[in-house]
Every structure is written in C-alpha cells, then in structure tokens.
Design a protein around this ligand. Structure first.
Ligand SMILES: Nc1ncnc2c1ncn2[C@@H]1O[C@H](COP(=O)(O)OP(=O)(O)OP(=O)(O)O)[C@@H](O)[C@H]1O
Ligand SMILES: [Mg+2]
Length: 224
C-alpha cells in the first residue's frame, strides 16, 4: 500500500491544510485513505476542536471518538513544544520504535493509501536522539514537502529539501501553501525554487478562506 509522509520546512506552514485537502479529495474520488497525525503536541481537551487531529478527522468525516483519536494520534502531549520537550514535561518520552511500528501497521491495513502528517519541520527532535528525518528514513515513504511563501521561505525550502535528499529520501513534490503575507507573488517564489530544484514538481495552494479552507484547495491528488 502507498504511504506518503507530509513534512515541512517548519511549523505552521500548511501540513495539516494539505493533508486534510488530500484526505477530502481522495475520499471524494472514492479512494480509501488512512490518515495519521501520530505525534501531536499542544493537545489539550480545551483546544481539541482546533487541533490537527480534529481537523483531519473532520476531513474524513469521522466522528472524534476516543478510538478514532487513538487510531490517528496515539502520541499526544499537552505542551505546545517540540515533541521531545513536550513529552519531558509529562515525564514521558516517545518510544521511537513504537512510533515507527504504529505507522507501518497502519500502512499494512486495508486502505489504498496512508497519509502521515509529520510534526513541525524536518529536523524537529522527537526524542533525545531522533528527529522527524529519522522517522521519515525509518519508514522510507516518499514525502510531500509543504512550505510557505513568506519572506525567508526560499532558504528554508532549499535547506529542507537538501536535508531530505542528503538522507537519500524521495520528495514526491513540493507544495507552497500561500502564507498570510508574501513579499512577492507566489509564482515568483515558485519559479525561484524551481530554478534550484529543477527535478522536483512544485505546486501552489493559494490563500484560502473559510472555516474549512481544506474544502477549497486545488486538486492535489496527482502529487501522490
Ligand atoms: N494556503 C492557505 N490558505 C489559508 N490558510 C492557510 C493556508 N496555509 C496554511 N493556512 C493556515 O495556517 C495555519 C497553519 O497551517 P497548518 O495548521 O496547516 O500548518 P502545519 O504545518 O500543519 O503546522 P504544525 O507544524 O503545527 O502541524 C492554519 O490555520 C491553516 O489553516
Ligand atoms: Mg499540522
């Protein structure tokens, strides 16, 4: 079964928006997808409705039951910090092997495709030793690299892409999710990134509005 790891150059750039868009679009097209946000920090009952887990469950039209939350996001931490720090605040740590096994087991399930949203950027620590990049390498799944269009994104994008490539991992595509403020038109940023990464397909998601922006995204299913 196909798995895709949705990663990014940093936090808050659009991974959940892209993952929810894909989940919704695949479902609409009749493709069964398993959607995972295995590690989530800043997860509290009061803020549940805004959490990545809640948004991704909505995009699948799945009720947020305890079981559904456990199936999507088994590694949950309250502090809005990098996962290693958030776990330490609770005297816990992420069992990296268990995290990898959880994703592999999910990918071996009956669905046609597994979408795995990472956490933060590529080099965010998960444990004292392992980063998101180590998690991606352990799974070996191709990734979608989601980036913004803010001032500074070109360097962040090329750094993230270079880091992924240096580890020998495949980037299926880069998605530029338009940031709240962009110094130049997104097409100009896209063309510049493309000049440095001529072999990678790059798409853009314009700035969307509404309570559920993932309903409005252009079709991204051809990227996976
Ligand atoms: N193209 C866009 N149009 C409208 N809003 C966007 C767009 N891209 C991102 N956003 C909004 O920016 C915020 C951050 O995006 P998102 O939650 O998808 O980031 P993320 O990479 O998943 O962050 P995290 O690292 O916390 O998981 C959200 O409110 C999201 O809806
Ligand atoms: Mg997210």
């Amino acid at each position: 079964m196909t798995s895709v790891f949705i990663t990014s150059s940093g936090t808050g750039v659009g991974k959940t928006l892209v993952t929810a868009s894909l989940a919704h679009q695949l479902r609409r097209g009749g493709t069964a997808a398993r959607v995972l946000k295995p590690v989530i920090s800043g997860f509290t009952p009061e803020d549940f409705d805004e959490s990545d887990t809640a948004i991704l469950l909505q995009s699948q039209e799945t009720a947020p039951t305890g079981d559904a939350i456990d199936r999507m996001s088994p590694f949950r931490f309250a502090a809005p910090l990098s996962p290693d720090m958030a776990a330490a605040r609770e005297n816990r740590s992420i069992d990296f092997e268990a995290l990898v096994a959880f994703c592999r087991d999910a990918a071996a399930g009956p669905e046609d495709i597994t979408l795995i949203e990472g956490v933060g950027g590529v080099m965010v620590p998960l444990t004292e030793r392992e980063t998101v990049l180590d998690w991606m390498a352990a799974l070996g799944a191709p990734c979608l690299l989601v980036v913004g269009s803010y001032l500074g994104t070109i360097s962040h994008t090329l750094t993230a892409a270079g880091t992924i490539a240096a580890r020998g991992l495949a980037i299926s595509a880069i998605v530029i999710s338009e940031s709240e403020e962009s110094p130049v038109p997104v097409a100009e940023t896209q063309a510049t990134i493309q000049r440095f990464l001529p072999d990678i397909s790059i798409s853009a998601v314009p700035r969307l509005s509404g309570a559920k922006p993932w309903l409005e995204a252009p079709d991204l299913t051809s990227l996976i």
